[in-house]
Design a binder for this molecule. Structure first.
Ligand code: MIC
Ligand code: SF4
Length: 652
């Protein structure tokens, strides 16, 4: 049987396991990336493993999330990451150099290689033909040390692309259409592969927009072939020698196939508060807009910025709109300046922000109360913008620019018929064929000799890793919180400018755990000393932040029971030594109430069998007995018994 692209890369990197859907495989990892909001923890964990130099081909530490530096905390973390990177053989991308995923595919990504990153949008690299996956910081630490990365062997979804984009539609609309078809759960357990004649009509940055937001499908990753378009892109980055061709075999088999006709696509928007709440932009035209943000790792390429600039050139944004632009990288920024597009953006009234995540993660530029914010980003979860009742719509750069001009959500396909809404036309800018290469924002690691005496600087904001516990044979604890479906890691451990500076300080972060769902949760959990969380479907979707496991751990959470889990979060729970349990019968979810006590005994035997029964105790009496499953690989069981990944790795 022929193989898909992803299967070929997996086969070439397989260290353990069999490529049978659902069974655990261990992969050799060629490259890693971290960003600063998850990186401090990842490097503390790497240091704890005690390996002097990374064993990967390329590891890069980016600073892009926490760049506000309001107080010493961010700067302390930056200094720590820079010094720990220099010492251990890791490249360092300075604050202001750009968003990790954008810079990585421009300067470091290589088709056919494996990449894991402590950020859920690492699959962006799939646009370049990499097998790129988001992971918890601990997994990245282990991979830097030469250890395998373990995942359940994914199934394969093919998205067959035909036609060519037109009519104001862009790459963002492709992924919004896929999200509309598959939903935020539709990719769980799968790799999404793009194929068909439409592929060659899409540039690498367009492909990266699509693979980036594949994270919102819950997919393990997404991938495009590596073809002539990929080769030209790498050549234009002066990295032509990194290119290899990659395609699926004609008889490769997929579990599921969906198709998207690019020619028929029209502009779409993901409406509040989920990336799969997708509607045609043309149906939203009555909605007044307060804010427009163009940027983020989804849509901050040079072409994205040029499209917006070409529409805004010689015009003025609506008085009621505040517009921000954050170029994805220093390369994009400098090329925008060079061709004059930056001036057009400034003259139209845009506020130019740093090359960083910025508003995407609530680091400034929060909308006004109840404000409507149109963003070219990838997530519109409740409260993520920093404004609790902000109404965030996810759109393409074209829709964003058109709406910034009119002050209402505006369909860019109207271009021409409405003189206020011009069509994007990047040919008005004289852009060189080759990208401008200036890696002044990247610092190479020290050589082995110099590294020996190099000091790693840790400021007072960096607190030790929380204590983990070997799994006990019985657990008797209260259900401290019961949630609904689709709880995101932004619910569990919010980000934003107030909290993000404390990503290396778990005790401080713990006050904000579940803040948007139930602000009393941390107090209750602490008072109980030991607790359980009950969740619905897709618990832990979204970010890869392991803080969403480490903070509950710190607050005494020992088990989470859900109808289903998002992949990275489930792995993070196990890494932290928290037991993830799944309802055997989903209807049993209704038989547990917040405040009930759950009794689990014979956990070690249950772990072997993969199932256990929980007694639900309410008012002193047993009200139900509920069967629960543990969908864990053998290695994960050992990890839980050892008290999490770090203790397990140290014990080996
Ligand atoms: C996000 O987009 O939610 C983040 C911030 O980039 C996270 C990582 C984090 O929580 O630090 C992600 O996507 O993994
Ligand atoms: Fe940064 Fe936003 Fe991308 Fe996360 S999704 S890496 S916060 S730009």
């Amino acid at each position: 049987m022929g193989q898909t692209i992803a299967q070929k890369i997996i086969a070439a990197h397989l260290l353990s396991g069999e490529m049978i859907k659902g069974s655990e495989i261990g992969l050799r990892i060629d490259q890693t990336l971290t960003q600063d909001a998850t990186g401090t923890m990842a490097y503390l964990e790497f240091e704890a493993i005690g390996i002097p130099r990374v064993k990967t081909e390329r590891s890069v530490a980016y600073i892009d999330h926490n760049t506000l530096q309001s107080g010493f905390m961010n700067a302390d973390d930056h200094r720590y990451i820079q010094t720990v990177a220099a010492k251990h053989g890791i490249w360092f991308s300075r604050p202001g150099n750009g968003i990790c995923h954008q810079v990585h595919y421009e300067r470091f990504g290589v088709p056919g290689k494996t990449l894991i990153g402590s950020d859920s949008h690492t699959p962006t690299g799939g646009g370049l033909g990499m097998l790129a996956m988001g992971a918890g910081g601990m997994d990245v630490a282990v991979a830097m040390g030469g250890g395998a990365y373990y995942i359940p062997m994914p199934g394969m979804i093919k998205v067959e692309l035909s036609g060519r984009l037109g009519g104001g539609a862009s790459a963002k609309d492709v992924i919004l259409e896929v999200l509309r078809q598959l939903s935020v759960k539709g990719g769980v357990g799968y790799i999404v592969e793009y194929a068909g004649p439409g592929v060659e009509t899409l540039s690498v940055p367009e492909r990266c927009t699509i693979t980036n937001m594949g994270a919102e499908l819950g997919a393990t990753t997404s991938i495009f072939p590596s073809d002539e378009i990929t080769r030209s892109f790498l050549e234009a980055q002066s990295r032509g020698s990194d290119w290899i061709p990659l395609a699926s075999d004609p008889d490769a088999e997929y579990d599921k196939v969906i198709s998207v006709d690019l020619s028929a696509l029209r502009p779409l928007a993901a409406c509040p508060h989920s990336p799969d709440n997708v509607k045609p932009v043309s149906e939203l035209s009555d909605i007044k807009v307060d804010q427009v943000c163009i940027g983020s790792c989804t849509n901050s390429s040079l072409t994205d910025m040029l499209k917006a600039a070409s529409m805004l050139k010689g015009r003025k944004i609506a008085d009621s709109v505040s517009l921000s632009i954050s170029p994805g990288s220093r390369q994009v920024f400098s090329m925008l300046a060079e061709c004059g597009a930056l001036t057009d953006l400034i003259d139209a009234g845009a506020r130019v922000l740093e090359c960083a995540c910025g508003p995407c993660i609530g680091m400034g530029f929060s909308p006004n109360s109840g404000g409507v914010s149109l963003r070219t980003f990838n997530r519109n979860f409740l409260g993520r913008s920093g404004t609790k009742d902000g109404q965030v719509y996810l759109v393409s750069p074209e829709t964003a620019a058109a709406s910034a001009l009119t002050g209402y959500i505006t369909d860019p396909s109207k271009a021409g018929s409405d003189p206020a809404v011009p069509a994007a036309d990047i040919s008005i800018y004289d852009v060189p064929e080759k990208f401008r290469i200036n890696d002044s924002g990247v610092i190479a690691p020290l050589d082995e000799e110099a590294a020996k005496d190099a000091e790693v600087v840790k400021g007072p904001n960096i607190k030790p890793f929380p204590e983990t516990y070997p799994l006990e044979d019985s657990l008797d604890a209260e259900v401290i919180l019961k949630t609904g479906d689709n709880i995101t890691t932004d619910h569990i451990m919010p980000a934003g400018s107030k909290i993000l500076p404390y990503r290396s300080n778990i005790p401080h972060l713990s006050q904000y755990c579940f803040e948007v769902v139930d602000p009393e949760f941390p107090e209750r959990a602490k008072a109980a000393g030991k607790g359980i969380i009950v969740g619905g479907q897709n618990y832990g979707q979204g970010s890869s932040r392991e803080h969403a496991a480490l903070v509950p751990l710190y607050l005494g959470i020992r088990a989470v029971i859900a109808k289903s889990f998002a992949r990275i979060h489930a792995a993070n729970l196990v890494n932290a030594g928290i037991l993830p349990l799944i309802f055997e019968n989903e209807a049993d979810y209704d038989r547990i109430a917040q405040g009930d006590r759950l009794e689990l005994s014979g956990i070690h035997e249950g772990l072997k069998a993969g199932k256990i029964t929980a007694k639900v105790i309410s008012g002193g009496a047993v009200k139900a007995e509920i069967p629960l499953c543990m969908e864990l690989a053998g290695r994960q069981k050992e990890m839980l018994l050892a008290g999490g990944l770090l203790k397990y790795t140290a014990g080996k």
